[in-house]
Ligand binder design. Structure first.
Ligand code: NAD
Length: 501
């Protein structure tokens, strides 16, 4: 059985061979590989390699750095199918869905290909007599990314293309549940001409993370994952003097007004709730049905939830794959039971689903789509991030009540409004306390040249990811004040604090 190794200084790095953990194929429940578990020794080795590489990479011209990005982008295009299959085999999502995440991640590489433009500084002529001012931005040094299982290609791609194109060197600590995408991407970078040591991967769990958070050679940490770990990462790395961006969990509400096209809204809510088995930080997990929309909406949602084709991610026609682990399935199915016990109506019950057409999947981690109605904010199914294919319907009377509900929720990642009213849409987008908003768009993930980030418990600290905020995060500014005096001006130095003249 294959052991997925760390990637340090342009080569596979064994680490302590005995320290590994299994990687499963969630569709069959079988162990498909093992992954090395790193700790401080592997993080030390990766930081040493990245520090050495920084000396030359940070001095490499912007043109040369972006040429590597162009080559890397082309390799991502050529290997989309292969990488998509690899992601599907460890995560469980469909191959098409995996290709979708590769495309969205590739868009960040495309943004990084144009960084020459974004990195332009400003220049002020003659701010004082014979004095000009300009500014420019420089890379930080060695930076690290710690990423979740649910987008093993896209979320790291939110980070490393911008970090590298701005001249930093990178250490990725991917999720130990689906580590192969990181190994694959490291190989593509090498083929694209990235020098050894510029991009490194250390696998593992908390031990590897802790080694990163306290390592004196790491300047900045990007984290995406659940809120408790985001908070821990933010506090620990900030205490160690690092720059941190830490994106957390979510509970995304989609509000449906009575004037919305219910068939259209339900179609999009179904895809947004059950796509990728609900394991997306932008998944729709709460449908807020306003007034007269409720009965009709629940009826259409129930019909569509029953029609979702559940199966292995590599089977043609599959719309929803398994959950990532057996534990995740148990947690999600228990949550449906708890919701029923707390008074919610289980309109569609996905528990115990068997994928009969695929006998090889008898031990896979499948659960079906579940639809809960009459959920209230006091219920666990509303309060907790279930991260599974469960859509909870909360009924309210007005749009203002829907906005108040969303604003009282501790999370604020994404939200959507389905309506035919421009006035309602404008009121919603201005008043709702959420970072990313869709109007008749259920999963409003911003394009790579905007930044991605939620509010409240969905983002700890103050730094969203990629786009202009990514460039800001991975660089720091310098401002230069310049004078080229003529001989006659040599003597005009004064003891008072300098002001313009
Ligand atoms: P997770 O928080 O369990 O793990 C994320 C990373 O942290 C992994 O690399 C993991 O190895 C590490 N980790 C886990 N526990 C740790 C601990 N106690 N100490 C130190 N490191 C630890 O998240 P996950 O289950 O892999 O991913 C799902 C979560 O990520 C969901 O909450 C989802 O909403 C969130 N997410 C958020 C966004 C966003 O943009 N806000 C995007 C994707 C996923």
């Amino acid at each position: 059985m294959k052991t997925i190794q760390h990637w340090i200084d342009g080569a596979a790095h064994g680490g302590a061979a005995s320290r590994t953990t299994p990687v499963f194929n969630p569709a069959t429940g079988e162990e498909r590989a093992r992954v090395a578990l790193g700790g401080s020794a592997e993080v030390d080795a990766a930081v040493a390699a990245a520090s050495r590489a920084f000396e030359t990479w940070s001095e490499t011209s912007v043109s040369r750095r972006t040429q590597v990005m162009f080559a890397f982008r082309q390799l991502l295009v050529e290997h989309e199918e292969e990488l998509g299959r690899l992601i599907s085999a460890e995560h469980g999502k469909t191959i098409d869905d995996a290709r979708g995440e590769i495309v969205r991640g590739r868009e960040v590489v495309e943004f990084a290909c144009g960084l020459g433009d974004v990195l332009k500084g400003s220049f002020s002529d003659q701010v004082s007599n014979g004095v000009d001012v300009h500014d420019f931005r420089q890379p930080l040094g060695v930076v690290a990314g710690i990423t979740p299982f649910n987008f093993p290609a896209m979320v790291p791609l939110w980070m490393h293309p911008i970090a590298l194109a701005t001249g930093n060197t990178f250490l990725l600590k991917p999720s130990e549940r689906d580590p192969s995408a990181a190994e694959f991407v490291a190989g593509l970078y090498r083929r694209a001409g990235l020098p050894d040591g510029v991009f490194n991967v250390v696998h593992g769990g908390k031990e590897a993370v802790d080694a990163i958070l306290t390592h004196p050679g790491i300047e900045a940490v990007s984290f995406v994952g659940s809120t408790p770990v985001a908070r821990y990462v933010h506090e620990s790395a900030t205490r160690a003097g690092k720059r941190v961006q830490a994106l957390g969990g979510a509970k995304n509400h989609a509000v449906v007004l009575p004037d919305a096209d219910l068939e259209f809204a339900a179609n999009h809510l179904t895809a947004g709730a059950y796509g990728s088995a609900g394991e997306r930080c932008m998944a729709v997990s709460v449908a807020v049905a306003v007034g007269a929309a409720a009965d009709g909406l629940v009826e259409v949602l129930a019909r569509k939830a029953r029609e979702v084709k559940v199966g292995p991610g590599d089977a043609p026609g599959t719309e929803m794959g398994p959950l990532v682990t057996r534990d995740a399935r148990e947690r999600v199915e228990n949550a449906v039971g708890t919701a029923a016990a707390q008074g919610a109506t289980v309109v569609v019950d996905g528990r115990g689903l068997k994928v009969d057409d695929h006998p090889e999947c008898a031990d896979g981690f499948f659960t079906g789509p579940s639809l809960l109605d009459h959920v209230t904010p006091e219920m666990d199914a509303y309060k907790e991030e279930l991260f599974g294919p469960v859509l909870a319907v909360v009924r309210v009377d007005t749009l203002d009540e829907a906005i108040a509900l969303i604003n009282a929720n501790p999370y604020g990642n994404g939200t959507a409004l389905f309506t035919a009213s421009g006035e309602a849409a404008r009121r919603f987008q201005r008043r709702v306390k959420v970072g990313m908003i869709g109007v008749n768009v259920p999963v409003p993930v911003p394009m790579s040249y905007y930044s991605f980030g939620g509010w409240k418990d969905s983002l700890i600290g103050d730094s969203p990811i990629h786009g202009p905020e990514g460039v800001r995060f991975y660089t720091r500014p310098k401002v230069v004040t310049t004078r080229w005096p003529r001989p006659a001006q040599q003597a005009d130095a004064g003891f008072t604090f300098p002001t313009s003249s």
